[in-house]
Design a protein around this ligand. Structure first.
Ligand SMILES: [Zn+2]
Length: 268
């Protein structure tokens, strides 16, 4: 049986262009990617061996810049897990403080493929791709990340790894998210990872966020957008996590729905 592949891409510049003007407008993408999202396919038999997720204990070989980013993701999530094992005493803290988008060990099975993507996409992961193998999940990253700040590369990879986990959940019949909700969760995963960074790493991102220029790195701009949503006054600051989570998700859902690139990806 043919399975439809689903390519989930991160379109930050396009999303941010919409955000920057504060209103939702239709954007025309002169370089819209045209390749089909219905190919390639993988046989269900091959996927039977894939659905166990990542059982490797060391990382796959990657270019140093991506290996460093993957190592950072692994270390920060691992440290947070250990901290949470000690201090997340109630169910409420578990939900709030534990990183629940994917396990740290998934970093061992990520292969970063660098490509000049264009069309406003920063990176993508294709569901049911024939390039996926047991313990091998290829994520494509735009070649502009070759010389990026490791923390910002880690933020992009975190987004795509969330899609890898969603794919695994699909294979294990645990995922019933819509295309747009998959994107919402991938963005939420990024801000959740950001909060797990060290103080020095956060300070460095905050400095970039506060720079007086309109040409912020897409990852920095997107984080700022999510932080601004969290502070938009809809919910009491820091005290009502349920309200804040709901507010962030509903505003992200709206932004994704109004964005032409995501409309195309999600076949809206
Ligand atoms: Zn995405």
């Amino acid at each position: 049986m043919k399975k439809k592949s689903q390519k989930l891409r991160l379109f930050l510049p396009a999303l941010l262009a919409v955000l920057a003007v504060g209103v939702i407008v239709a954007l025309i993408f002169s370089k819209q990617r045209t390749q089909s999202i219905s190919e390639p396919v993988a046989s269900p038999i091959a996927e039977l061996n894939i659905k166990d997720g990542c059982t490797r204990t060391t990382r796959l070989e990657n270019d140093p810049q991506y290996d460093r980013a993957l190592s950072l993701i692994q270390q920060r999530i691992d440290d947070n897990e250990k901290w949470c094992d000690k201090y997340c005493e109630t169910g409420d803290y578990e939900t709030k403080l534990r990183f629940h988008h994917f396990p740290a060990s998934l970093t061992n099975c990520i292969k970063i493929v660098e490509e000049k993507i264009g069309g406003g996409a920063e990176g993508y992961f294709t569901f049911h791709s024939e390039d996926i193998k047991p313990n091998y999940f290829p994520i494509t990253v735009d070649s502009s990340y070759s010389l990026s700040d490791d923390t910002l590369t880690a933020l992009l990879i975190t987004h795509e790894m969330t899609h890898v986990q969603q794919y695994l959940d699909t294979l294990n019949s645990k995922d019933n998210l819509s295309c747009r909700d998959k994107e919402v969760e991938a963005f939420v995963s990024q801000i959740d990872f950001y909060t797990k960074l060290s103080n020095e790493e956060i300070s460095s991102v905050v400095l970039k966020m506060n720079e007086e220029n309109d040409d912020k790195h897409p990852q920095v701009a997107m984080l700022k957008t999510m932080i601004d949503i969290n502070r938009d006054g809809t919910c009491p600051l820091f005290t009502d996590d349920e309200c804040s989570q709901k507010n962030l998700r509903s505003k992200l859902f709206q932004l994704i729905s109004d964005n032409p690139s995501y409309q195309h990806q999600c076949e809206l």
